[in-house]
Design a protein around this ligand. Structure first.
Ligand SMILES: Nc1ncnc2c1ncn2[C@@H]1O[C@H](COP(=O)(O)OP(=O)(O)OP(=O)(O)O)[C@@H](O)[C@H]1O
Ligand SMILES: [Mg+2]
Length: 259
């Protein structure tokens, strides 16, 4: 393991002075203007803010999909800003599950194949991959739908396939960008309850972007972003150990990490 891959620190996410700018023509547009944020392991955090405030940009940085302009970006004990692109993608495959608003499912592939996809980047055997896929589909309650393609599934079912795909590598961190944005209240609440269950029973750390205060109520804490800076909720409110003691015991099956 190289030095940059050695783990440091306690929090799941610790950002200090993180900036990000995009180039638009000849101009550079600052999007994140010095973000400080701590997310404890096992926390469920809602990230809110007006459209264009930088929520998706911030989520992508936390998941190593993009690099910051400046600042420290420590996730799962690693300084992401110091990793090479190859190290970053290897790290991402094992540590982060993404749930995108638009589901991003392959239409030509069955639910089963969609969920298996991230595992093709690992060294798991076909048999091991199958075991992971079955477990992930079981966690979202979709085993019987495994052979259906996305267009044969409802919006809520498609989002559950996307969540199963985010879970299949048993990554400790789930990053969700408006996971209920396209769903009706009842279906959305089912998805939110599922995320809450994954936090409580599997110890997942979850950061969820949402515009909906009712969705944010499923989280432990709301972080508010406005014009590229955090305006409230940057620090955890209670130590993770207190929340762990209050949460329900583990009952759902766990995926074994491999590959
Ligand atoms: N790849 C990019 N290139 C140039 N500008 C970008 C890029 N991605 C985002 N931006 C700009 O950065 C700003 C923040 O975008 P971001 O997608 O992070 O906002 P957001 O808070 O997620 O908004 P929404 O709630 O609408 O999804 C916007 O002004 C957007 O136009
Ligand atoms: Mg966005």
């Amino acid at each position: 393991m190289s030095d940059t891959l050695r783990s440091v620190g306690e929090a799941m996410i610790s950002l200090r002075g993180v900036t990000k700018a995009y180039r638009r023509g000849r101009d550079t547009v600052p999007v994140l203007k010095g973000v400080d944020l701590v997310v404890q392991r096992g926390e469920f955090v809602a990230l809110m803010g007006p459209s264009g405030s930088g929520k998706t940009t911030l989520l992508n940085l936390m998941g190593g999909l993009d690099g910051p302009g400046a600042g420290e970006l420590v996730v799962s004990g690693l300084h992401l800003e110091r990793l090479s692109p190859a190290e970053l993608s290897r790290w991402r495959a094992a540590h982060v599950g993404f749930v995108f608003q638009a589901y991003n499912l392959l239409e030509s592939a069955t639910a089963w194949r969609n969920v298996e996809l991230p595992l093709l980047l690992t060294r798991l055997s076909a048999r091991e991959r199958a075991r992971h896929v079955e477990t992930a589909l079981g966690l979202v309650g979709l085993q019987e739908r495994a052979r259906h393609r996305p267009l044969e599934l409802s919006g809520g079912q498609q989002q559950r396939v996307a969540i199963a795909r985010a879970l299949v590598a048993d990554a400790p961190l789930l990053l969700c960008d408006e996971p209920t944005g396209d769903l009706d209240r009842e279906t959305g609440d089912q998805v939110l309850s599922l995320l809450q269950q994954l936090q409580r029973e599997q110890g997942k750390t979850i950061v969820m972007v949402t515009h909906d205060p009712l969705a944010a109520a499923f989280a432990d804490r709301t972080v508010r972003l406005d014009k590229g800076v955090i305006v409230s909720g940057a620090e955890p409110t209670a130590p993770a150990t207190l929340r762990m003691a209050a949460s329900r015991p583990v009952s759902a099956p766990r995926l074994a990490v491999g590959g």
